[in-house]
Design a protein around this ligand. Structure first.
Ligand code: AMP
Length: 281
């Protein structure tokens, strides 16, 4: 696996590959890698000639009181995992390379970025769309791979690609879970053992809600029951949102649609966890 550290070198390499007619699959990550990230890398491996993964803990998507400093960083461990997953090129720029002195631009997808997680993390999605746009301009991917775990992020990026006529196909891969249902996340390692156990309440709530969608129970009642179920777990310190949404607009559903996004965001101790499932009628 080749390691590239500068945007200039990465762009030159990608240009050369495209000129040779190769397709490039791209997997952007912040490191702290787990099976979820490796699954995206394997999907990219199956569908492209060359796979590029990036590791970059993007400061602009963290709020001032969030975990930018503590975010897990284990370059050697991550490098080995990506190599095993069949990644060809690992792009690891540093912060000054991505945000040089005098950087002034941001890319913002309005409306979608203000809902759900956006309401609790002001500026987060504009940090995400700005860095993903920059990565697209540097890596020049044919296809880019995102996890359904971050459904809103994937939806916003899809909108950005369409609105800005970008030459990349975005692919959303299903969420990889632990055996008890907890969605894998780099932040799970912050959880103390009792909190880790309590965290199973997210997926249990989503499964229960998915069952309710199949009955004649209406969305406002489903939302209420989801919130109650989450609050019943003593180690849940805050329920930021829990409910049933339109997967296109991310608006709260009043009546069920053909496809329904069930999504939750809670704090367990100081750790913020999110999860979602998409279910039909
Ligand atoms: P992150 O390193 O947390 O920024 O995540 C990088 C990419 O991996 C994003 O597209 C995430 O949605 C995706 N991802 C994170 N967790 C999972 C998971 N459990 N299953 C599948 N994809 C995931």
């Amino acid at each position: 696996m080749e390691i590239i550290r500068t945007p200039r070198m990465m762009k030159e390499t990608s240009r050369r590959l495209l000129m040779k007619g190769k397709t490039i699959g791209f997997v952007p990550t912040m490191g702290g890698l787990h099976e979820g990230h490796l699954y995206l890398s394997r999907c990219a491996r199956n569908e492209n000639d060359v796979v590029v993964a990036s590791i970059f803990v993007n400061p602009t998507q963290f709020g001032p009181t969030e975990d930018f400093e503590q975010y897990p960083r284990d370059f050697e461990g991550d490098r080995q995992k990506l190599e095993t997953a069949g990644v060809d090129i690992l792009f690891v720029p540093d912060v000054p390379a991505m945000y040089p002195k005098g950087f002034l631009t941001s890319v913002e997808v309005k409306d979608l970025s203000e809902k759900l997680c956006g309401a609790f993390r002001p500026g987060h999605f504009s940090g995400v769309t700005t860095i993903v746009c920059k990565f697209f301009n540097i890596v020049l991917p044919t296809r880019a791979y995102f996890g359904q775990k971050d459904f809103q992020q994937a939806r916003i990026i899809q909108q950005m690609i369409s609105d800005l006529n970008m030459n990349v196909e975005s692919i959303t891969c299903t969420t990889v879970r632990e055996s008890d249902g907890l969605a894998m996340s780099s932040r799970n390692r912050y959880l103390m053992p009792a909190e880790r156990k309590a965290a199973t309440v997210l997926y249990k709530t989503l499964q229960e809600a998915a069952r309710m969608v199949q009955t004649d129970i209406e969305p406002p009642v489903i939302r209420e029951r989801m919130q109650k179920m989450l609050m019943a777990e003593p180690l849940v310190t805050e329920v930021q949102y829990a409910g049933i949404y339109d997967p296109e607009t991310l608006n709260e559903r009043i009546a069920k649609g053909n496809r329904n996004l069930l999504a939750v965001a809670v704090k367990i101790g100081n750790t913020r966890l999110i999860d979602n499932v998409v279910v039909g009628l």
